[in-house]
Design a protein around this ligand. Structure first.
Ligand SMILES: Nc1ncnc2c1ncn2[C@@H]1O[C@H](COP(=O)(O)OP(=O)(O)OP(=O)(O)O)[C@@H](O)[C@H]1O
Length: 345
């Protein structure tokens, strides 16, 4: 296991175009499982490839355990990268595919057989070692690709969209396998994804990237509860924002004065408030109560989602399936949220 530090890491592919990764600073501690999350084209794969040594660094540094590795070639970095559609060698069996890296390192046949067998057990494909890649399902190919990467016992595992393109069942299986691998092999792991759900399902920590810049880095929970900007909150599915100005009485908004302890000591400051959908109750409360038009009501099985409108704002509310208030579409209803549930972004 090693620590990875990115120090002002920058990548500019073409001099005539802006950098695609811009002065990125972050540390992935040994044994962490980190998601690089962001929309398509924000530079995630480029970052991963610079860590792997597959792309040069335009400026800044990649450090492994405090040592700069910028000039160390990919094959000497003890890093493996598994691509989304990692191709297996079609002319080789599953076992030969998995053992390939060990053969290249000139290990003896017995040792190779033993470690390949270990890997086949790990990916629950014992007995399938003699199959060729065309005889495998998509999920099995992905597991073999992971085993082929891990068999050389790398210090760092880099994964490109590991759960994408898998149906719900295979997604859970692959997730369990990656978590097991991470635990058993104690390997520092970074994966890239554009899918917030994939990041949340798998990662301990998330690094959210927009246009090559790091916008927030930390525990998954903080992205929901303490997003650092409206953009970060929106990316995590939140649409409940309202602008206000802090005053002695609370926060003055277009729907009246809202109460929040966070407004204290911020008199006169303009703020953007966020309230999560599950923290809004469909009832008339003592404070922070708004009368809204029910634009939409959808029964989702485990919860009911209201889309509510007030003073040009469109918010989401999640309620239990028992629907305490039982508001109907097209009608008006009271909603409230406790002051400690307001977050200032
Ligand atoms: N080899 C390259 N030469 C020039 N530009 C490149 C190269 N590779 C990537 N880019 C550009 O760099 C930007 C970031 O690409 P990158 O693949 O790192 O993004 P990403 O966040 O991983 O996207 P996606 O989720 O779609 O894979 C894009 O604008 C892309 O066109």
């Amino acid at each position: 296991m090693i620590d990875i530090t990115l120090n002002n890491l920058t990548k500019q592919y073409n001099k005539s175009e802006p950098a695609v990764v811009k002065s990125l600073n972050m540390t992935v501690s040994r044994g962490d499982l980190v998601a690089l999350l962001g929309p398509s084209g924000c530079g995630k794969t480029t970052i991963l490839k610079m860590i792997a040594g597959l792309h040069s660094v335009s400026d800044g540094e990649v450090l492994f355990d405090g040592k700069v590795v910028n000039h160390i070639p990919a094959e000497e970095r003890e890093v493996v990268m598994v691509f989304q559609n990692s191709l297996l060698f079609p002319f080789m069996t599953v076992a030969e595919n998995i053992g390939f890296g060990l053969k290249m390192r000139h290990l003896g046949k017995e040792e190779i057989d033993r470690r390949v067998h270990e890997m086949l057990e790990l990916i629950q494909m014992d007995g399938m070692g003699e199959r060729k890649s065309h005889q495998l399902s998509g999920g099995q190919k992905q597991r073999v690709a992971l085993a082929r990467a891990l068999v050389i016992r790398p210090q760092v595992l880099l994964l490109d969209e590991p759960l994408s393109n898998l149906d719900a069942y295979l997604r859970d299986e692959m997730r369990d396998l990656i978590l097991q691998v991470h635990r058993d092999f104690k390997v520092t792991t970074i994966f890239v994804t554009h899918d917030q759900e994939e990041a949340v399902l798998l990662a301990d920590k998330v690094a959210l990237i927009f246009e090559g810049r790091l916008h927030q880095y930390g525990a998954v929970r903080d992205f929901y509860e303490k997003p650092q900007s409206e953009r970060v909150a929106s990316f995590f599915g939140n649409r409940n924002f309202i602008q206000g100005i802090c005053s002695k009485q609370g926060i003055e908004t277009e729907v009246g004065t809202l109460q929040s302890a966070l407004a204290k000591d911020r008199h006169g400051e303009k703020v953007c408030l966020m309230i999560r959908p599950e923290h809004i109750l469909p009832e008339k409360g003592k404070e922070n109560t708004i009368l809204c038009l029910i634009k939409e009501k959808i029964y989702m099985g485990t919860f009911v989602r209201y889309r509510i409108e007030f003073a040009d704002n469109l918010w989401d509310v999640l309620d239990s399936p028992e629907q305490r208030a039982g508001y109907d579409e097209g009608k008006r209803g009271w909603f409230t949220f406790p002051s400690h549930r307001i977050w200032i972004v």
